[in-house]
Design a binder for this molecule. Structure first.
Ligand SMILES: NC(=O)c1ccc[n+]([C@@H]2O[C@H](COP(=O)([O-])OP(=O)(O)OC[C@H]3O[C@@H](n4cnc5c(N)ncnc54)[C@H](O)[C@@H]3O)[C@@H](O)[C@H]2O)c1
Ligand SMILES: [Zn+2]
Length: 359
């Protein structure tokens, strides 16, 4: 696949053997250069050989290790990487390879976007969520102590290599979390994909690479299409926030510890279905999506105080002076943005939802 964006084009290879298939293009990109590999301990332990093969043709390929998971996404980590890159002789035409989950990818993309005003990078995402969502579309960033993703920039990678084989080692909860983002895109953009996920869900949850590869490809295609049409998130790209208004609110209210991102988004979608029901979404569509989410075997929604969630939603970075935009499905395959969810309605629905999320 190719994704055209305002600053050029990103090559995207996905599926079984995606890395091998791109080796010649990647070889030319890094030949004779210093390539900084940004990765985390778990990923290096499980798949370090793979990335060493990818960068074998570089002049030098120091590995910069950052913590696993969300702690990677801090300004302190970014500052440390910039120092190490300067100390190691990093130049404007040095390269970065991000090898890990979305946390590593968001940090490495941010570090690449700022270092000497921007160096090129390749994303090699190793979680399902990072393959279908975080690595595609150029959004990068780090967290401030109380505000996730609040500092960042668009910096599109030269290439994304989403190889299904690395997914074999993912813990089931991480697979589930990534599948939620797939379901999100399928429900709004691609009903064929939704049908495939429904049909193959058991194999997908088991991490079967044969089932995963076409799903990853279709989800990336759906996301890349949206990003091409609306790279700056003025219009259609906002639809990808389906489930994220309450999802982010739940994550923040739980102190980013209690639900994985995808799990919180699944609850966010369930909540959006409630708001959509009073705006004409057919019951059969809502039930279909709810049934699929139900089959994921999500963690139960932890106890969380109504006021805390409400306050977290009010701080949402999607919020505008004109109100909070809610992405609601008009029907499966088509979403729209609603600014008209009033405070009274929000409070009534949220209170009912927290008491009984599945309705
Ligand atoms: N930039 C974007 O457009 C965008 C989109 C969605 C999400 N995100 C960001 O992505 C982050 C979440 O990413 P994530 O879900 O990939 O989680 P993650 O990067 O935090 O990784 C989760 C865990 O899985 C481990 N892991 C990674 N690959 C593995 C593998 N192959 N086998 C076994 N374990 C592996 C990691 O070490 C980590 O412990 C969030 O910070 C979120 O904000 C960004
Ligand atoms: Zn998400």
């Amino acid at each position: 696949l190719e994704l055209r964006h305002p600053s050029g084009m990103t090559r995207i290879a996905a599926g079984d053997g995606a890395i091998g298939g791109e080796m010649s293009a990647v070889g030319g990109w890094l030949e004779g250069r210093r390539v900084f590999v940004v990765s985390s301990p778990t990923v290096l332990r499980l798949h370090g050989e793979l990335v060493r093969e990818v960068v074998a043709g570089a002049l030098e390929a120091p590995i910069l290790v950052v913590p696993d998971g969300e702690p990677a996404k801090s300004l302190d980590q970014a500052r440390r990487l910039w120092s190490e890159m300067l100390a190691a002789g990093g130049k404007r035409d040095s390269r970065i390879v991000a090898f890990g989950g979305g946390s590593v990818g968001d940090l490495a993309g941010f570090v690449a976007g700022c270092f000497l005003r921007g160096v090129e990078l390749i994303q090699i995402p190793t979680t399902l969520l990072a393959q279908v969502d975080a690595s595609v579309g150029g959004k990068t960033g780090v967290n401030m102590p109380d505000a996730k993703n609040s500092v960042g920039l668009f910096h599109h990678p030269f290439a994304v290599l989403a190889d299904s084989r690395v997914l074999a080692t993912l813990p089931p909860a991480e697979l589930r979390s990534g599948l939620v983002e797939v379901i999100k895109m399928a429900a709004l953009l691609d009903l064929d994909l939704l049908g495939r996920v429904e049909r193959d869900l058991d194999d997908l949850l088991a991490g079967d690479p044969v089932a995963l590869a076409p799903v990853v490809v279709a989800a990336i295609r759906a996301k890349a299409g949206v990003v091409e049409r609306d790279p700056d998130e003025r219009d259609e790209r906002r639809l990808l926030n389906f489930g994220h208004t309450l999802g982010h609110g739940l994550e923040a209210a739980l102190g980013y510890d209690g639900l994985l991102h995808g799990e919180a988004v699944a609850y966010g979608m369930l909540f959006a279905l409630r708001l959509a029901a009073t705006r004409g979404l057919a019951t059969s569509d809502a039930e279909r999506l709810k049934r699929l989410l139900g089959r994921l075997g999500l963690e139960a929604l932890p106890q969380v105080a109504f006021e805390t969630v409400l306050a977290a939603i009010a701080r949402d970075k999607k919020g505008r002076e004109t109100g909070l935009p809610w992405v609601l499905p008009a029907r499966l395959g088509r979403g729209s943005i609603h600014q008209d969810v009033g405070q009274a309605e929000l409070e009534a629905e949220l209170s009912a939802f927290l008491g009984s999320p599945w309705g």
